[in-house]
Design a protein around this ligand. Structure first.
Ligand code: G6P
Length: 608
């Protein structure tokens, strides 16, 4: 989603800005722009619809130079995709880039029009720029005071960076619900919506907290809290290796991230599996263990792929440790008043830790009667991590591809370890032992299934010209069917749906013909006989069937069998995800799609 980069330095700021927003491309955007204040104290702005490379071309043509500037990638929310709507927005001496949504922008716009302001865009950001200009000039206020007066009038979620032609040596960064991080340099400083944008120039970061306002000069940073008091925020050192944000020989980040899964899972498991077949989370101290001891119910919320991981976890919590578990899409959870069973712990699942719907669900839940909350998240320092009672990190490393892969499998890995932890607390040691033993095998099992890449490619060649694909599974492999369908839809733009195999006869069978591939996930397990009947139902209707299984006993017409290696039943949902990721990847590759940045989608969705 929208990305911000800003810097105040003693060298030309342009390279820092363009390299920074290039790194933020993965978040998804439709247009990009930047503005600097040059040596003559003039504001120079360049904007364009489309990719950052286009912007870079324009920047080179103009050959501009300055020591302070802001840049932005815009994912359209208020107003269409156009150059006029692209950030930065300017009001006379004021330049603003902004992420988020100002809900009362139309009232403020009307007010400002009456005061004589002319609007060149449809955006809420231009409203901020003009309002700030109005507040600054009404009583000749200092910029910070004007910002404080401005933000008191804004309703919504936002983070923004402002520069002012009249004081061209300072950036002002404001955070409200949308993340912003300050990067610390030597006689230069930076701001971005995501530390990835700044890894080229620094490893030292300060995360702004809710309602912070930071005044950033090249040798000095002052952060003010809501009460206008100077506040110290902890400096963090980033351990992200620069090459983790490079493709290192792979064609796409998604391909790289699919292949990284054995390693990511090893990192997730490291130090958490003990030699005596027990699980250990260093994050869980006495208080947190007490929370898990007292829990009687679980409510999980998440969006997209994270929601699908939650659906698998429901099967595990209920069948392995007998804890009732409810799962809900975050935006639906906040759209109703949930009835909360006694001693329920809320779990939020999120790769980014910044998904607005999930964050709002956590904030909503805090006002309700939950026993406590915990987040399973990939991004240390993210809003969800900061605002949750407890966090279990997935440790999959940075994920750049918009379609989640290694985040999903590491989320499942942590969820299964959490089940083991609860089993330990509830003295179900045989369950804990079985989970731990199975998890030890997981990276090797995934390495084995990744070797099936070429046979999956053959299937991808066959389905890439189809318009609809059904995915079916049973039991805890049903959510994997949904995840497989989501991956295919996201990156190939082929319509795909995931169904419980037994549900086909209640509707989807009407779609079956020789042009509708049905991907069936059917390992040899306790449900195998049942799913066989469902496969037969599809075959009778001339369906085009692709069976992913370790056991071949199918003699139906039009049925293709993709033999997969053996895997333990408990970890089968994680294992069976991999071939479906590869399938989606190869189909999208065949169709020449923009795999890492599919149209209209964003990696981190920071608006409701
Ligand atoms: C976006 C991404 C998905 C992701 C979802 C939830 O829609 O495109 O890949 O699954 O957000 O993101 P989160 O960071 O909360 O897991």
């Amino acid at each position: 989603m929208c990305g911000i980069v800003a810097s105040v330095t003693q060298r030309n700021v342009i390279n820092i800005l363009v390299k920074g927003i290039k790194k933020l491309e993965y978040r998804g955007y439709d247009s990009a722009g930047l503005a600097i204040i040059n040596d003559q104290k003039n504001i120079m702005r360049i904007r364009c619809v489309g990719k950052v490379n286009e912007l870079i071309k324009k920047v080179k043509e103009k050959n501009i130079f300055g020591n302070i500037g802001v840049a932005h990638t815009r994912w359209a929310t208020h107003g269409k995709i156009s150059k006029e709507n692209t950030h930065p927005h300017i009001s006379s001496n004021i330049v603003v880039v902004h992420n988020g949504i100002i809900e009362n922008s139309s009232q403020l716009r009307n007010f400002l029009i009456k005061k004589g302001y002319i609007f060149y865009s449809e955006t809420d950001t231009e409203v901020i720029a003009h309002l700030l200009h109005w507040e600054q000039n009404k009583k000749k206020e200092h910029l910070k005071t004007a910002i404080q007066k401005t933000i008191k009038q804004l309703y919504g979620n936002y983070s923004m960076v402002v520069i002012d032609q009249r004081s061209p040596s300072e950036l002002i960064a404001v955070r409200s619900s949308s993340p912003l991080v300050i990067g610390l340099g030597s006689e230069e400083n930076f701001v971005a919506s995501d530390q990835i944008a700044l890894l080229d120039v620094t490893k030292r970061f300060i995360y702004l907290e809710e309602d912070d306002i930071a005044i950033i000069k090249n040798r000095e940073i002052n952060i003010f809290n809501k009460r206008n008091t100077i506040i110290h925020r902890k400096e963090m050192y980033s351990n992200i290796q620069y090459n983790t944000v490079e493709k290192t020989g792979y064609r796409h980040y998604m391909e790289k991230e699919i292949y990284e899964q054995p390693e990511s899972i090893r990192n997730t498991l490291k130090y958490r599996l003990q030699e005596n077949n027990t699980v250990y989370f260093s994050e869980l101290e006495k208080k947190e263990k007490k929370l898990l001891k007292n829990l009687e119910n679980i409510q999980i919320v998440g969006c997209g792929t994270s929601y699908n991981a939650a659906m698998v976890a429901k099967y595990w919590f209920e069948s392995l440790v007998n804890i009732p578990c409810h799962v809900e899409i975050a935006s639906e959870f906040t759209s109703r008043k949930p009835a909360i069973s006694k001693n329920t712990v809320l779990i939020t699942l999120s790769q980014s830790g910044e998904t607005a719907d999930t964050l709002l669900a956590l904030r909503y839940a805090k006002k309700l009667n939950y026993l406590g909350n915990l987040t399973i998240c990939n991004m240390e320092g993210s809003s969800l991590v900061k605002e949750s009672d407890l966090c279990l990190l997935t440790k999959s490393g940075i994920e750049i591809g918009v379609a989640s892969t290694k985040s999903f499998t590491t989320q499942l890995t942590v969820l299964l370890m959490l089940v083991a932890q609860i089993a330990q607390i509830k003295k179900k040691t045989h369950i804990e032992k079985k989970i731990v033993q199975n998890l030890y095998m997981l990276p090797i099992r995934i390495e084995n299934v990744l070797k099936k890449d070429q046979s999956i490619k053959i299937i991808a060649d066959q389905i890439c010209d189809k318009n609809n694909v059904l995915f079916v599974g049973k039991g805890e492999l049903y959510p994997i069917a949904i995840e497989g369908a989501l991956k295919l839809k996201e990156i190939s733009y082929i319509h795909a749906e995931g169904y419980p195999a037994g549900e086909l006869k209640h509707g989807p069978l009407a779609l079956i013909d020789q042009n509708t591939p049905v991907i069936v996930i059917a390992p040899k397990n306790a449900l195998w006989l049942k799913i066989q009947k469902n496969i037969h139902e599809i075959a009778l209707r001339d369906g085009l069937i692709y069976i992913f299984s370790n056991y071949n006993d199918y003699h139906e017409n039009n049925t293709f069998f993709i033999k997969l290696p053996y895997v333990e039943e408990l970890i089968a949902p994680i294992f069976y995800t991999i071939p479906l990721q590869l399938l989606a990847y190869h189909v999208a590759l065949n169709k020449n799609r923009n795999i890492d940045q599919p149209r209209n989608l964003a990696k981190s969705v920071t608006v409701e």
